[in-house]
Design a binder for this molecule. Structure first.
Ligand SMILES: NC(=O)C1=CN([C@@H]2O[C@H](COP(=O)(O)OP(=O)(O)OC[C@H]3O[C@@H](n4cnc5c(N)ncnc54)[C@H](OP(=O)(O)O)[C@@H]3O)[C@@H](O)[C@H]2O)C=CC1
Ligand SMILES: CC(C)(CO)C(=O)C(=O)O
Length: 298
């Protein structure tokens, strides 16, 4: 692939790692689009630490179309990032959405015209350890999954030679549901207990998490996801392979007093359950608690 211009919107845990990894690989022209100006990033990764200078644009009005736009904000911040998306997405732009939840393309469509959108399931753990510092933890075999189509393959090619990779997955829709299941368990449990993933080792939290998962699995099946008979325990087993000292994006937001990404995760499952007449009392309770925590600023 010839060098591409790659604009990264949102330089937190996920966007910071993506921008740093692409810049370190040196194959493309990376443009950082943060909310506040940024000269560069300290990038902690499994092989060590690197200082990464970044070309940064602080004003969306000064942006021009890029070959690639990587949207890496929380889902609820997508409309606020609309000014960036409108300026950066031109007729030849592809937009990759690195967010949790489902419906990535629908979220950005109002801002990107007809640009092809690549939904990205992110498996790596990205943590903003301090202002200007991000840390990459690998938690799964693949760092990311994308649809097994031309645009998904193009995104995988964009990352070639960098520290993070994307896997074009023929069963992308199923994997997206599995990732949502992971998130409706570990994110609320770490956020509400204000503890990193170590809390999942408690037997009482395991029992609660499994019960939340069973509700969400029933909803996923009603939505058409071909989930395994033992899906809830299989998801929990996956969570047990994650490092116990890792946080979650929602844990970090709670600890920092930021709004929580509750509606796109637990909120999605509760609303879909209501549509299908499937009771989700535990997830509904979690949603109420998350809303209360988020409204109080963590
Ligand atoms: N962290 C993780 O390990 C994982 C996260 N995800 C998902 O990835 C997505 C991103 O999460 P994560 O990186 O953790 O979140 P962070 O909060 O760490 O980063 C989001 C970034 O978006 C920035 N931002 C918000 N609004 C705007 C805007 N209008 N213009 C420009 N930048 C903006 C924030 O700016 P500011 O710095 O000013 O707050 C912040 O730097 C979420 O959907 C999350 O669920 C998926 C897998 C793993
Ligand atoms: C799976 C996990 C916990 C990885 O960081 C995640 O998706 C998140 O933090 O939102």
């Amino acid at each position: 692939m010839k060098p591409q211009t790659v604009a990264v919107i949102g330089l937190g845990g996920i966007g910071g790692v993506a921008a740093a990894a692409l810049q370190l690989a040196g194959r493309h022209d990376v443009l950082a689009c943060p909310r506040r100006p940024l000269a560069g990033l300290t990038f902690q990764h499994p092989g060590g630490t690197a200082e990464i200078p970044l070309r940064c644009l602080a004003d969306p009005d000064a942006a021009t179309p890029a070959d690639w736009v990587l949207l890496c904000t929380k889902t609820q911040d997508t409309p606020a990032a609309g000014a960036w998306l409108r300026r950066l997405a031109g007729p030849a732009t592809r937009v990759a959405v690195l967010q949790n939840g489902l419906g990535h393309a629908d979220r950005v469509r109002p801002f990107v015209g007809d640009a092809p959108v690549v939904p990205v399931i992110v498996y790596y753990n990205g943590e903003r350890t301090a202002p200007g510092s991000v840390r990459l933890r690998r938690v799964a075999g693949h760092d990311m999954a994308v649809p097994d189509d031309a645009h998904g393959h193009a995104f995988a090619a964009l990352l070639e030679g960098s520290m993070i990779g994307a896997h074009p997955a023929p069963d992308f829709a199923l994997l997206a549901w599995r990732k949502l299941l992971i998130n409706i368990a570990v994110n609320p449990l770490t956020a509400i207990t204000r503890q990193r993933q170590r809390v999942l080792r408690r037997p009482d939290i395991r029992a609660l998490g499994l019960a939340m998962l069973e509700e969400a699995v029933a909803v996923g099946r009603a939505e058409g996801a071909a989930l395994r008979p033992d899906e809830a325990t299989a998801i929990w087993a996956t969570l047990m392979t994650y490092p116990e000292e890792a946080g979650t994006s929602m844990y970090h937001d709670t600890m920092a007093g930021r709004p929580l990404e509750a509606e796109a995760l637990t909120g999605y499952v509760v609303a879909a359950g209501e549509r299908h007449g499937i009771p989700t009392p535990l997830n509904a309770m979690m949603l109420t608690l998350l809303r209360a925590v988020g409204d109080a600023g963590g």
